[in-house]
Write a protein that binds this ligand. Structure first.
Ligand code: ATP
Length: 500
């Protein structure tokens, strides 16, 4: 573990933080750090499965429960400085007896000059009982910075005595952002075993493995995509706005020095199937950065404070991966019930507040793309200026846009030709969304193939159009509702006016 991290841990102990909660999966790393901070200090360890364990050798010493262990060791701090290390005891932290014992140790540490004992709680799950809130400090182990990643790679290469070009090291280091030291070493080992060397091809392996780690964390999902701005028909205002922000993003250092604010993100509200998700993907492609999706529903935990902890971790992870696009799909569902009564709503309200504060204060390069259909029940704080850089409304495509969308999907399948009468098609597809138009193209092409035709005609397309129930038919009421809500807020249209 890095020197700076160990120094922070030491400063917490010096500043009399009586209970230090370390949320980490790799206990070996933490044990090493505690041992380095606590040279000459008596270390007593309790393991949830084994009882008392010898801190140095890890051999089980005596089977007992946490209550018995704390009663046995709580006065050790009078004899000499003691570290009490508790592993995987998160489930025990609901017991009033355990809470009282921990509180007693913490109070002695704070108020009795003759007593010195620091409790370390090591667990991957954070449970902070209300009664101990004032005594507990959560210790976060920061993820390695780019420079630290570079030295991990260099150490690895030196240990193996292999030669790797600096260019390759630099490129690989960037791909490792967002992972901890243990994960980086694990992937480096895998890459080395795979080909007997480390080269640029390993970037793909790193990305795949990184996806795995991020997936396993269950907080964020890396979305793979191939869509670019050329795949979006219409939405010209929105695209122009994003292209301007891309210029800032590409020259961030210069832009900041010039006085430009770091772009925070956008909220795209509007009709289903009109290109909101498509825009999120194309934005990541335009900015040339990864797209990660945050699913707020997945953050909800069963313990008190667990959801907030998960949100904190997810946002921290997104910062570690940054620059990235953080996509929150159907944000109105994620924060449904905010401000309402009931336990579940209370948690959602707290998560929402946490997210808002993070957004308000954020100065990192995480660009948020929030997408939503129905915002009628969304908390108004969310829509206020200063949270997002801009709010855009994506309406059903106008005539010109419908033509562009049809062309895109025909060209994708190599079936576009000059003979297709766009004016006739525009007329027939009023009220169709992008997804409907894509379906029309797909179905027509399939039909032509089955009928043994080489090309498709305007007539074929119009026939499919007539057989298709557009969104304006199937979701009539919902569309009217969305329009009514939009009229009440200050929002920019994503599309330019139809020139037809
Ligand atoms: P929802 O609110 O239902 O999630 P959405 O607005 O996110 O919908 P998308 O997922 O972006 O809709 O669109 C669905 C599909 O419809 C896309 O994969 C794309 O093929 C097609 N599509 C929608 N809008 C457009 C567009 N403006 N240009 C090209 N294709 C489009």
């Amino acid at each position: 573990m890095k020197r700076s991290t160990i120094n922070i841990l030491a400063s917490y102990i010096d500043a009399l933080h009586p209970i230090i909660y370390i949320n980490h999966f790799d206990f070996k790393v933490i044990d090493d750090a505690i041992a380095r901070v606590g040279a000459g200090v008596k270390c007593v360890e309790f393991n949830n499965a084994l009882g008392i364990v010898d801190f140095m050798s890890k051999s089980p010493m005596r089977d007992c429960n946490l209550e018995q262990f704390l009663k046995l060791t709580m006065d050790d701090g009078f004899d000499q400085e003691t570290f009490i290390i508790l592993k995987d005891v998160h489930d025990e932290l609901k017991s009033p007896k355990i809470i009282s014992l921990l509180k007693r140790i913490a109070e002695n540490n704070l108020y009795n000059d003759k007593y010195s004992a620091t409790i370390f709680i090591l667990s991957e799950i954070t449970v902070i009982p209300r009664e101990l809130e004032n005594f507990i400090t959560v210790f976060d182990i920061p993820l390695p910075t780019t420079n630290e990643i570079l030295s991990i790679i260099t150490d690895f290469i030196n240990d193996l005595n292999i030669t790797v070009e600096q260019d390759t090291i630099d490129e690989i280091a960037i791909s490792f952002k967002g992972l901890n030291e243990f994960q980086i070493k694990q992937i480096l080992n895998l890459a080395y075993q795979d080909g007997g060397c480390i080269d640029k091809d390993d970037k793909q392996l790193i990305l795949k493995e990184k996806e795995q780690f991020i997936k396993k964390s269950g907080m964020l999902e890396i979305v793979s995509f191939s869509e670019t701005f050329d795949d979006i028909g219409g939405l010209e205002n929105l695209k122009e706005w994003l292209k301007r922000k891309a210029k800032v993003f590409f020259n961030l250092d210069k832009a900041i020095k010039f006085g430009v604010d770091v772009p925070k993100g956008i909220m795209i509200i509007g009709m289903p199937g009109c290109g909101k998700s498509l825009t999120a993907k194309a934005t990541a492609s335009l900015f040339e950065i990864p797209l990660v999706r945050l699913d707020v529903g997945r953050l909800l935990g069963k313990y008190v404070g667990e959801s907030e902890e998960n949100m904190r971790k997810a946002l921290r992870l997104s910062e570690a991966i940054s620059p990235c696009v953080l996509w929150i799909d159907e944000i109105e569902k994620a924060f449904a019930g905010v401000g309402g009564d009931g336990g579940g709503n209370e948690v959602t309200t707290r998560l929402f507040g946490q997210f808002l504060t993070w957004m308000q204060e954020k100065e990192n390069t995480v660009f948020i793309v929030a997408t939503a259909n129905d915002i009628s029940r969304m908390p108004p704080e969310f829509l206020r200026k200063g949270r997002f850089d801009e709010l855009f409304f994506v309406d059903l495509p106008n005539g010109e846009e419908r033509k562009k969308i049809l062309d895109i999907h025909l060209k994708k399948r190599n079936k576009w030709h000059k003979g297709i009468d766009s004016v006739a098609l525009i007329k027939e597809t009023d009220g169709f969304n992008g997804a409907d138009l894509e379906a029309v193209v797909k179905d027509t092409i399939e039909m032509a193939f089955i009928d043994g035709k080489d090309a498709i005609t305007t007539k074929d397309l119009i026939k499919t159009v007539k057989d298709t129930k557009s969104i304006s038919n199937t979701l009539k009421d919902k569309i009217a509702e969305i329009k009514a809500t939009i009229e009440k807020i200050d929002i920019k249209p994503a599309s330019k006016a139809d020139s037809h």
